[in-house]
Structures are given as structure tokens and as C-alpha cells.
Write a protein that binds this ligand. Sequence first.
Ligand SMILES: [Zn+2]
Length: 396
Amino acid sequence: METTAACSGLRCTDCGATHELDAATHRCPGCGGVLELTYDYSVLDLDPVGLRARPFDGLGRYAELLPFPRETLVTIGEGTTPLVGASDWAERLGVERVLLKDEGANPTGSIADRGATLAVTAAKRHGAATVALPSTGNAAQAVSAYAARAGLDVEAFVPSRAIFDAKAMINVHGGEMSVVGGRLADAIDAFEEAVADEQWYSLAAFETPYRQDGVKTIGYEIAEQLDWRAPDHVVYPTGNGVGFVGLARAVRELRELGWIDTAPTIHAVQPEGCAPIVEAFEDGHAKHEPVEYPDTICGGLEVADPPASRLMLDAVRESDGSAVATPDAAILEAAADVAQSAGVEVGTAGGAAASGALELAERGVFGDSETVVIVNPAAGNKESDVLRSHLMSKGM
Ligand SMILES: [Zn+2]
């Protein structure tokens, strides 16, 4: 399999075993642990000066830091999303500068596109005919788009509560969809039952190592958009953890490469109705306990049993960050506030990040000369009905 010069293989995050890129496609063949890609930066032919000379035109511009050469990527122009200033929010948080990293600007409207481009490229190269995954909605929509482009079939398992736009677009892209009554856990059960009898290539979160490796590019971009100075804080709303782990990975890589001098403090935000990472963080545990009765308006964050909580908790603690939960009402209020003050359309997950930032400010986490980046993982107009009904409930 043709790879970039620096990509050296796979490493198990549980047992530490290394594997050749062709020898493992999903989890660790030895212990079943989560795999991550490894890179040998001594052969890397790229630096910030070289990047500056390239147009800011998509995730492929970082291909030397990814497993596959740019011309082989299944791409629809994902990545290179805006980093938008929000001066009203700088005032609210009592900091020098607030920037919104708007992942809603991706082709299918969410950060999942960054993972889908690499994961579908890998599936194609591994000879897959059908890719399959359980999803709260956005990842399945993203995979359906990229699989359509690659000529692969899709089997998506989404809970009945998944947002309408994602369900509709899975079908519009030609994907097969099973809408499973209940919540994400029910969709995962149905997926696992079905996948056992089929020759499907799994693109479930952390089953494939490629989704989190694609998502790491958000970290490269934030650093590059700030002229290779890390922000002081990144506030990230987290559900299954693919984005969060990808961001932490980017910070580690950029530090190792010497492209940034300091690392940002990374904070995880979850809705109070489903906050397994926050609970584990507060209790000092290395792993989460599944939430028995998840209940939040934030469908994309309603992941009661995240598959790689240890990696997320390690990342928070290594960066000296924190994990905070906020109630649904505060999340909806913050999402509407961002739309009304900064003009940026954020979904409920972006609203969670913004309300988490307010909570962190209240706790005195931010300094008045600091820069805070708030990540919006998905477009606000995917959830316009939820945001609008919040306003209507207040008589607006
Ligand atoms: Zn292993």
C-alpha cells in the first residue's frame, strides 16, 4: 500500500505493539486495543515555511503528516475551516481574544468529514466494497458522502433520535440506513449484531485508526491560523472522543516537530445529561463508567459509553485541562447567543462548548491576556429546529 514517507505504521495504545500498515486494518491483532498511526518525522519533507507557500485549500495540504499521498485521498474539499473572532465573547469570558473554529464549514457540515476522508480512503485501499458504522448522525452522513465519491456502499445504523438532516442526507448520498429505535447504544447493538454476519468494513469510532488521524488536522489548522502560536486554551465539546483525541494528537505532534513552543490547555465539555468523561475526571478515574440513562438535547454528544475514554482523560490531564458539564438550557442559550453576537451558526455541540467556556471563566480558569479557541463541531442549521424552539419557549 502506497503511503507517505513519514508514515511508519501502527501502534497499539493499549499494549504498545507495533504493526505494519498492511498487517492491521482495525484494532490491535494482539490485544484488541485501539490503534494509532505512527510517523517518523526525521524523513519529513515539510515545515511551516513550506506550508505558508501553499494555498489554504483543504486537509490534503498536510498530506506529508498523514498516511496517504494527497493525490490518492478521497476528498470533497474538507478542512481549512474559518477561525472567526468573537469580541463579545472575549468580554463575556474576560479574556483578550475568543476565536470560534467553525467546523460547520465542512462539506457535509461537520468535523466528521476530516475523519471520513482518511477512513474511506483506507477502506478503498483495503479493498472494501461496503463500509458500515453506528453513529449519532453526522459521522454517518459524512461517511455516506465520501463512500459515494469512492464508489463504496454504506450501511449506517443511527438511533431514531438522530437529527433529521443527517438521516435524510445518508439516503440522498445513496447509503443504506437502519434507524434503530432508542438511543446510540441501541444502534451500536444493532450494528454489532449485523456486522458479525457480513463482509463489511467497519468505520465505527476507534475501530478504524484513520478517523482520529484525519481529525487531528483541526489542531494543525488552529496553530497555523495563529501563525504557529498555540492558543492558551481550547474548549472542545466531546461525545465519542474521535475529535478530542485527534486534537490532542496534533498538539503532541506539533510539539515534537518543534512547530509550536507551548501546548494549549485542552478542556472537555459535555452536557449534564450525559457526562461520563466529566464524572471520571472529577472522580480521578482513568476510565469512565457508562451513563445508564443518558438524556440531553445534544444528540451528537449523547454517547453514554465512549470507546476510548482513557485516551480522552489522559489528554485532558496531560494538558493540565479540565472537564466540565453544563445543563441543556445553558447550552441552547449559548448557541443562540453565539449566533446573535458573532453571527456564527453553531449547533448544540458548539453551544455546549460555548456554555462550557462560560463555566470555566466563572471558575477563574482563564487569564485576562489569554486567547481561547471554542470549537463548533457542526453547522447550526442542522439543528435549526431545536435552536428555534428554544427561542419560542422563551416567547421570542
Ligand atoms: Zn495491543
